[in-house]
Design a protein around this ligand. Structure first.
Ligand code: ADP
Length: 784
């Protein structure tokens, strides 16, 4: 506590900067300021005593009275030494506290009147207790702070006067001048100790915190250092093992590749992370290979690659015509589609689904669409796909995991906007491994497919700019939700005339080019192509035809190369030499009218076909035998035809109990092929009537139609395909349900010219047109 007494004596004053001297402290001071030097000199000439007071601010060169604390320490100047740089080094010893009363008028140096504040003796046991606490706290402080040596503790423990103890300990602490001054100004010894305890407590907390922070930093440092060290070691080991590059080289290479590509941020981040992982793998680890594989896959995908669209409709039309004969309807629809896209400036219309038998040009039409748009083309086949993972990929954790077919297709395309053909969408199956059609639905949904997720790739991929085109042989096998997303474009199959055109204008020139034959080197007459179509192929499309034409070209090329001939000309008579004997007899038509044998027409996924139905009546006990792999619907249809025949037995002159004494066998040859559907109803009924009445059926007639129990004829599907098949087989008359009459406009003129189409609404009409011969009376008798 500072007293207000005015009594005192005169002292020269030395203001201290950033430093404070307590009584009983001995220390060196370097004095440079002129006024301070003068004060020292004054002290030296008198009693060596000088007052040392601290400045409140370190950097004030010429402090005023207010800048100097009023309480300081009177010190004895023991030694003075002039240093070469002009400053003076003095050794001072603190004697006791003193308080400035007032400054005297002295221009040369600071001079003050000050009152000494001698230390009060204190023997209170409470002070002893305080001293001990202070000492133990100080000990704790020393263990935390590395700035005070343990020897200091030993020296301090010997001090007996409580006031001095407080002063000495404070002088060892790293404190602000303000705090140190406070201790100096506290004259009451017990209060001084208490204050010191406070300060020590505070300092301890701060030091604890500091220690914690340091430990954390150190740990972090150690970890990075350790990793660095280990990585260097790994490199050294890899080098020793002769693995020159190691994973580090691999990682570098991948990083460089990633740098070159224009990748979206999220992909880049993922790749960086994976490369970092790869780097840490030993060169021999299998997982390293998996990571590398993954990164390479990501790098190979077109994240940001585009092709420029060419939406010139006239050019597109030209391209489609260049590649395909006929197909007017599908071509027209494709052009409309493109026109709309041009107007709305995006390709987000419905998904086109090309439906038709094999070999009618579905794939090649899709390829043409890509060419006309100047887009890349990819095709994947969905035939037999039964696992969702084939569409969406396997998770990377599986051994040998791969991305799904969609992503692989995108990789092949190398652009974000290819024409993507999903072939045979009707041949997809689903089983316990998940439903691929659900995954496909996501692929085709414009709302979802901008973030298509493949299990392998993990990062969502944008499919929204892809133009998807699908193909199918038949619509009824396509899962309903998929069907709803698509617009069907039917390509029904070609007539003989169309095939002839396709062969001579497209397939032949194409194959000639493929086989390196010049224009004049191979001449195939038109009649030859027709024979090939009729006798070497039997199909709705032109795939086999193309193969046969290719075979002709191949053989001709061989003859020319071997020097056997210079130019090859193939007439109908020569075909056997090139393609072997004919595979099919042109015209399936029987050579004579038959009893119990009638030609029906069928429509399968591979196009239309003729279907021979045979009925034999055997003595027996009324069994109806059906053979030839008939499906349930066809069996029921046979039952209906049989019931109809029974109900009309009397009218036809058949004994009414014929079915009790005979077995009726209905057989449809080519038993290996499953057959189904109701459209053979009238054919079976005709065959039954013919067999039972022994009346012949005209060999030129083919027919199709469902039958009711009363003999009405109901409509059927696929008339065009069926008609083409009948025409192909050489039939002259086709009986069709009256309700299908409107479908006749779809039938090509060339077919209508050769074949007579007869619409019928009742079995009576069917029998009228089909049966030729009179009832062989004796034969009917023999049934009885
Ligand atoms: P799909 O995919 O329907 O099974 P493709 O597209 O594989 O049939 O066709 C088989 C071959 O027939 C291809 O070489 C194709 O170019 C050719 N082709 C099919 N239809 C036509 C056509 N209308 N004009 C020209 N070539 C055709």
């Amino acid at each position: 506590m500072v007293s207000k007494q005015t009594k005192g004596r005169r002292f020269p004053l030395l203001p201290l900067r950033g430093l404070l001297v307590y009584p009983s402290m001995v220390l060196h001071l370097d004095v440079g300021r002129e006024k301070s030097v003068k004060a020292l000199e004054k002290a030296m000439v008198e009693d060596n005593l000088i007052l040392l007071c601290s400045q409140s601010e370190v950097n004030i060169e010429e402090p005023g009275q207010d800048d100097i604390f009023r309480v300081g320490t009177v010190a004895n100047v023991r030694q003075m030494l002039k240093l070469p740089n002009g400053t003076i080094r003095v050794l001072v010893e603190g004697v006791e506290r003193a308080e400035i009363i007032h400054y005297t008028d002295n221009e040369e140096f600071y001079e003050v009147m000050a009152r000494e504040l001698p230390e009060q003796p204190d023997d209170d046991p409470e002070s002893d207790a305080l001293m001990r606490t202070v000492l133990s706290q100080f000990e704790h402080y020393i263990t935390l702070s590395k700035k005070v040596t343990p020897e200091t503790l030993a020296a301090v423990s010997d001090i007996e006067e409580p006031g001095r103890l407080a002063d000495v300990i404070t002088s060892h602490l790293v404190l602000k001048i303000k705090d140190k001054q406070e201790i100096l100004e506290t004259i009451d010894v017990r209060k001084r100790l208490e204050k010191l305890l406070d300060i020590l407590g505070n300092e301890r907390e701060v030091l604890e915190l500091e220690r914690k922070i340091n430990q954390r930093v150190k740990k972090q440092m150690e970890k990075t250092q350790k990793e660095y060290y280990l990585r260097e070691q790994m490199k050294a080991i890899q080098k020793e093992l002769g693995d020159k590059e190691g994973r580090a080289g691999e990682a570098e290479e991948l990083r460089a590749q990633a740098e070159e590509k224009d990748l979206p941020e999220r992909v880049k981040e993922k790749i960086d992370k994976e490369i970092d992982r790869l780097e840490k793998m030993p060169a021999s680890s299998a997982e390293g290979g998996v990571i590398r594989n993954y990164v390479e896959m990501l790098l190979s995908l077109p994240w940001n690659d585009w092709t420029e669209d060419d939406l010139d409709i006239a050019k597109a039309e030209q391209v489609l015509d260049e590649d395909h004969y006929g197909l007017d309807k599908p071509k027209e629809r494709v052009l409309e589609y493109l026109a709309v896209q041009k107007l709305v400036k995006s390709l987000k219309g419905p998904i086109l689904c090309l439906v038709g038998p094999p070999g009618v040009g579905k794939t090649s039409l899709a390829r043409s669409i890509a060419r006309s748009l100047n887009r890349k083309f990819v095709r994947i086949s969905l035939g037999g796909v039964r696992d969702e993972a084939e569409i969406r990929g396997h998770r990377r954790t599986y051994v040998g995991a791969m991305p799904g077919r969609i992503i692989q297709g995108m990789k092949t395309a190398g652009s974000l906007n290819p024409v993507f053909l999903l072939d045979e969408i009707d041949k997809m199956a689903s089983d316990f491994r998940g439903d691929p059609s659900a995954a496909l639905l996501e692929v085709l949904d414009p709302e979802q497919n901008n973030t298509f997720s493949d299990h392998f790739v993990e990062i969502p991929f944008d499919l929204s700019n892809v133009m998807f085109v699908t193909t199918a042989n038949a619509v009824h096998n396509i899962p309903r939700p998929l069907l709803d997303r698509m617009e069907m474009l039917y390509i029904p199959g070609y007539t003989e005339l169309e095939k002839l055109q396709i062969a001579s204008r497209y397939l032949l020139p194409k194959q000639k080019k493929n086989h390196g034959l010049e224009d004049g080197q191979l001449v195939i007459e038109e009649g030859t192509l027709l024979s090939v179509i009729r006798e070497y192929t039997r199909e709705s499309g032109v795939r086999n035809l193309e193969q046969q034409v290719a075979a002709l070209c191949r053989k001709a090329a061989k003859q020319i190369v071997s020097g056997e001939k210079e130019t090859v000309s193939i007439s109908p008579g020569d075909i056997k030499d090139y393609l072997g004997t004919a595979k099919y007899r042109y015209g399936m038509v029987e050579l004579e009218d038959q009893i119990g044998t009638v030609t029906g027409l069928a429509w399968t996924e591979v196009g239309g076909d003729t279907l021979l139905i045979e009925v034999t009546v055997l003595p027996g006990s009324g069994k109806l035998i059906l053979t030839g792999q008939l499906g349930d619907v066809m069996k029921e249809s046979a039952q209906a035809a049989f019931s109809y025949t029974r109900s009309k037995a009397e009218e036809f002159g058949i004994p009414s109990d014929f079915y009790e004494k005979n077995d009726i066998h209905i057989h449809i040859p080519e038993g290996a092929i499953p057959k189904d559907g109701p459209s053979a109803g009238i054919t079976i009924a005709t065959a039954l009537v013919s067999a039972l009445t022994k009346r012949q059926v005209s060999k030129d007639v083919a027919m199709t139609g469902e039958i009711t129990l009363r003999g009405r004829v109901l409509p059927i599907g696929g008339l065009k395909e069926k008609s083409l098949a009948a025409h192909r087989a050489g039939y002259k008359k086709i009986l069709l349900p009256k309700d299908n009459e409107r479908d006749l406009k779809e039938i090509p003129e060339s077919v209508k010219n050769d074949v007579e189409f007869v619409p019928v609404s009742h079995m009576d009409q069917v029998l009228h047109h089909a049966l030729v011969a009179k009832i062989a009376d004796q034969a009917v008798q023999s049934l009885q």
